[in-house]
Design a protein around this ligand. Sequence first.
Ligand code: UGA
Length: 439
Amino acid sequence: MSKQKNNIVVIGAGYVGLVSGTCFSEFGANVIVADRDKDKIRKLQNGNIPIYEPGLQELVNKNMQSGNLTFKVNYSEYINNSDALFIAVGTPSRRGDGHADLKYVYEVAEEIATNIEKKILIVNKSTVPVGSARKVGGIIKKINSNTEFSVASNPEFLREGSAIEDFMNPDRVIIGVDDEYSEAIMRDLYRPITEKNIPLMFTDPESAELIKYASNAFLATKISFINEISSVCEKTGANVEEVSKGMGYDSRIGDQFLKAGPGYGGSCFPKDTLALVRIAEEHDLNIGVVKAAITANENQKKRMVNKITDALDGSIAEKRIGILGLTFKPETDDMRDSPSITIIKELIKEGAEIIAHDPHGLEEARNLLPDEVKLVESNSEAVIDADGLVLMTEWSEYLNIELEQFKSKMRGDAFIDLRNFLDKEKLESYGFRYFSVGK
Ligand code: UGA
């Protein structure tokens, strides 16, 4: 007898919810992805993906066609038909204090509580402070004390730009559970992962929640560390790329997340490092290393402004600066907390005129950058009459820019590569003065 398909509901059609739901449907589960944003759901029902994420469109189309994946605004009628309900709503930084704002998570818990009639597993996939799984359980118990349920924590480690690959082939899957019932359901849902011999680590919900914050904070610290080392390199004549490479050979250190740049950004590291500091403070703890990583990240952005100013002969007032790349990393349209925002605002404050290009981030950039930034659709438009060019994001299309044409359209000759992405000798051979990070 063939086994019945798992039915799951994923609540929240943001990055994590959309990618996880789609990938679970690819694993063979019947998935409903729900979001109260009617416009977003209508678009998804018509096959329009609200984010740019390589491979996602194809996977959504395929699983919608096979009937494994559907999108809904209301999910309450499907709750009792499900094996598991995944909460994947946003947990933004609370305005003013940096705590993760759990209001959306708690709203979902209340909605679930008023509707459950049979034993059900609720899984937290959103990044939530330690103790949240238990709080969700407490909310449900208070509203609906007669129902049996379990709450698990299953943090997500996918990266924007490679989210599908990260979900399908993760280094590990972390699952915090309190009982065998939850463990059995989660084992079944992740069977395609264990069949590839990828470890599923079962632990308690609190540890699972902290693994997520600790992992992001550690990676952010690694980046801030190498960014600080890059400043030492610049003063001492060392080359940060050589230093990273040499450090990376040590398997205890590893070679990943040691690329110096303009500072980390995105929807996770800035928010999660701050939230971890707040979690510690709630327990009267001062976690200085993570705090220092946050400060170093802010300093790195300031350092980039100084580097640009120095490259433009000490003053940027009334200088025209062309920006190549705005998103916090390539292969995404996400502009949230991108270092480009802070750096550009600072350049404008100092009197510079900004003309900027990004292959996928222009729409979001319009909402987040000051009005005076001129946004252009093609990279060659960003160079016209520019005194200097700043490469902010390492989009692969910038590897193929027409250097001769670029140089001839510019007023000045400074090329400031904040990602150490292009070849110094090549740029110099076209008459550019080339500046990079940590070299
Ligand atoms: C990050 C984590 O890498 C994921 O594991 C995690 O699931 C995710 O946050 C999350 O919590 O949802 P993401 O923010 O998509 O993923 O992007 P990363 O690839 O980690 O890059 C973050 C920032 O660090 C980017 O601005 C990137 O340019 C910067 N970075 C990264 C560096 O400056 N240097 C490096 O060596 C690596």
